[in-house]
Design a protein around this ligand. Structure first.
Ligand SMILES: Cc1cc2nc3c(=O)[nH]c(=O)nc-3n(C[C@H](O)[C@H](O)[C@H](O)COP(=O)(O)O)c2cc1C
Length: 205
């Protein structure tokens, strides 16, 4: 038995609550931007993923028109900082709807550092920064998807093992439904199977 939910019938926010409860876990892009006034901005966005491999493009969605989106439209640049477990409170603090013109870096006491290829600063204590130039934007209803070409990736040396980021050192937070957040949990490994090695369905092997 299943319960049916019809987006044509349910109020917008109820279907939004359902969608965000079932599209889980979502990685969090901690997006830093800079306004034309020079004020640095920082906000988490969990509607976030890789959009393209070559060129390397990431995407996040602004639901409504927020400072992050306005700054990106004005400057064409942003940084996606990884949201690490150790910065749980600061990440949530940076989502406060501070008055326009407030820097979340200053208001939430988050230390910034200069980026290499773009103007918006990075979060100094985040282990990964993807410096992006806007590739394109796409408006869908009340939302805008921002596609950013990654022009530089800066990764803290202490999360690298043999030159590659190690998940147990990155310890990314994720967004779940309601006010829930996820931490890393158990990490399992399983190699992709080539057809030449196919042994039949898992329950029969
Ligand atoms: C974990 C988390 C994830 C969020 N994800 C999104 C998102 O994907 N899109 C969005 O528009 N807002 C999202 N928000 C809300 C924004 O972070 C919030 O509205 C913020 O104030 C926007 O800041 P800005 O106006 O400086 O851009 C999220 C908030 C939290 C705490």
């Amino acid at each position: 038995m299943r319960t049916d939910f019809d987006p044509a019938v349910l109020p917008r926010n109820e279907f939004y609550r359902l969608l965000t409860a079932v599209v889980v876990p979502r990685p969090i892009a901690w997006v830093s931007t800079i306004g034309p006034d020079g004020v640095a901005n920082l906000a988490p966005h969990s509607f976030f993923t890789v959009a393209s491999v070559a060129p390397p493009v990431v995407q996040f969605t602004s639901v409504g028109r927020k400072d992050s989106l306005r700054n990106i439209e004005a400057t064409g640049e942003f940084v996606v900082n990884l949201a690490p477990e150790g910065m749980f409170e600061q990440i949530n603090d940076s989502a406060v709807d501070f008055p326009h013109g407030t820097s979340e870096f200053e208001a939430a006491g988050i230390t910034a550092e200069p980026s290499l290829r773009v103007e918006p600063p990075r979060v100094a204590a985040s282990p990964v920064a993807l410096e992006c130039e806007v590739y394109s934007t796409l408006g869908i209803g009340d939302s805008t998807i921002v596609f950013g070409r990654v022009v530089h990736a800066a990764v803290a040396q202490d999360v690298l093992v043999d030159g590659h980021p190690e998940i147990t050192r990155l310890r990314p937070l994720s967004r779940l439904g309601k006010n829930e957040w996820g931490t890393l949990g158990e990490v399992r490994e399983m190699a992709r199977i080539r057809y030449a090695d196919w042994q039949g369905p898992a329950d029969g092997r």
